[in-house]
Design a protein around this ligand. Structure first.
Ligand code: HEC
Length: 112
């Protein structure tokens, strides 16, 4: 019946809206995108935003950016393989670029 077919077609739309938007159509090198991804996938272990209460599980991203002088390249390599008890997130290149951009944005200039 026509009615049933229409209802089926309508069902697809809300499902698509529920998909995480962080990695879909992400703009590479956008720190805001990286922060959204980090809050979704990394916050269970890492303190993602500056000033967030750090835990014993993993270094805060502020500390990673600040105290350890990690290059973009190093971070990219680090994020291309799972670490710790981290589930295999299979981050896309775009996700990684955005995460690296976010991590680097937490760095304050040395003379500050
Ligand atoms: C299940 C816990 C867990 C999750 C989830 C997790 N991490 Fe980690 N991460 C750790 C632990 C533990 C360490 C420190 C131990 C180590 O160096 O292996 C770490 C270290 C790091 C470091 C610092 C490496 C260094 O030595 O400077 C970076 C960068 C990092 N994680 C990024 C991320 C990003 C980005 C995500 C999300 C996509 C993420 N982590 C998700 C547990 C986790």
């Amino acid at each position: 019946m026509m009615k049933d077919v229409r209802r089926l077609a309508l069902c697809g739309a809300p499902l698509a809206a529920l998909l995480p938007t962080a990695s879909l159509g992400a703009t590479a090198n956008d720190p805001a995108t990286g922060q959204a991804i980090a809050q979704q996938w990394c916050a269970s272990c890492h303190a993602v935003v500056p000033g967030a209460v750090s835990n014993e599980v993993a270094p805060s991203f502020e500390a990673v950016a600040q105290e350890r002088d990690r290059s973009d390249e190093w971070l990219r390599t680090w994020l291309s393989v799972p670490h710790g008890e981290m589930p295999d997130l299979s981050l896309s290149r775009q996700d990684i670029d955005a995460l690296v951009a976010y991590l680097q944005s937490l760095k304050t200039p040395p003379d500050q």
